[in-house]
Write a protein that binds this ligand. Structure first.
Ligand code: R5P
Length: 293
């Protein structure tokens, strides 16, 4: 197994679960911003590469160089574990001339590897991960079983709420593993940091609510949902997500909106990580690499 320094912790835990050795890519940044990427010698056969793709623009180039170097060094089959898969949200041209990044990045990335494993990819209008990654085999691991098990330890009968229709799939999946009641709000977005949330009509007074979404990016979606819930007397309010993207200022925004705590999976390394995805990812790698075992 091979990883980049930022994913060392998750990769070490995965390598231990799978009983394989872990090596690290060395990245040197030249003064002009280009990268020198060096990989240790590979044994022939399958190489599992662990590299998340949040903040992806530089990372994509360094990953491409590392994968190419690994092939040059003898790796025969490359399995990429990218717990966060970038550029999946732009799945159509909303305005004329916009790049459909899901299709373009998906075509590019899936041409670099033989297999790709990710967690809760943001597929809304695209039916399957295979459709977004046409040139390799792919598996979408669901964080829901482990997120749901994490919530099972709570005994306050909280309401699981999705902030928008796109989150329905995540809310229902988590609920199916913890048995909590669910509700889904509606969202109108008018800009990167401008959203309006309308809550379904019900009594929220003194109701503990856990907001569930696949990603928290600017934090505005969940902050608006929390504000709306407080206005209706709801609380305490927590947030649960698969991918803690957390753009600058997001944590503060969530605090200011009265969110009492955020819990995330370790698909993206972040101080809010509470749910370790190692068991589900290790199982996915095992099935991918030796489907008959
Ligand atoms: C969109 O449909 C996603 O599921 C999230 O709700 C959204 O991307 C979160 O973004 P932000 O935190 O910037 O509001």
């Amino acid at each position: 197994m091979l990883t980049f320094p930022a994913y060392r912790e998750l990769a070490a835990s995965l390598a231990q679960a799978l009983g394989c050795e872990l090596d690290q890519v060395d990245v040197h940044r030249f003064p002009d911003g280009e990268s020198l990427v060096t990989v240790p010698p590979s044994r022939p056969g399958t190489l599992v590469v662990v590299c998340g793709l949040e903040n992806p623009n530089d990372k994509l180039v360094e990953l491409y160089l590392a994968l190419g170097a690994a092939r040059d060094n003898g790796a025969e089959r490359l399995v990429l574990v990218a717990p966060y898969l970038c550029y999946m949200r732009q799945d159509k041209a909303f305005e004329p001339g916009q790049a459909v990044s899901q299709r373009l990045i998906g075509e590019m990335l899936s041409g670099w590897v033989d297999d790709l494993i990710t967690v809760d990819p943001h597929l809304h209008r695209t039916p399957t991960l295979d459709a977004a990654l046409p040139h390799c085999r792919s598996t979408a691991v669901s964080a829901a079983p482990l997120l749901g098990r994490f919530l099972q330890q709570r005994e306050d009968g909280a309401l699981l709420m999705g902030p928008d229709e796109e989150s329905r799939q995540w809310v229902e999946a988590v609920a199916s593993h913890c048995g909590l009641e669910t509700a889904v709000a509606t969202k109108a977005r008018s800009g990167d940091r401008a959203v309006r949330i309308t809550l379904p009509d019900r009594d929220y007074r003194d109701r503990s609510v856990i907001l569930v979404d696949d990603v928290i990016s600017s934090g505005h979606t969940l902050a608006e949902a929390a504000t709306a819930l407080h206005e209706r007397g709801g609380g305490p309010i927590h947030a649960l997500c698969s991918h803690a993207l957390f753009a600058p200022g997001a944590e503060r925004l969530l605090q200011q909106a009265g969110i009492d705590g955020v819990w995330s999976s370790n698909a993206i390394p972040h101080p809010t990580n509470r749910v370790d995805l190692t068991p589900s990812l290790a199982e996915a790698v095992r099935r991918m690499v030796s489907p008959d075992a």
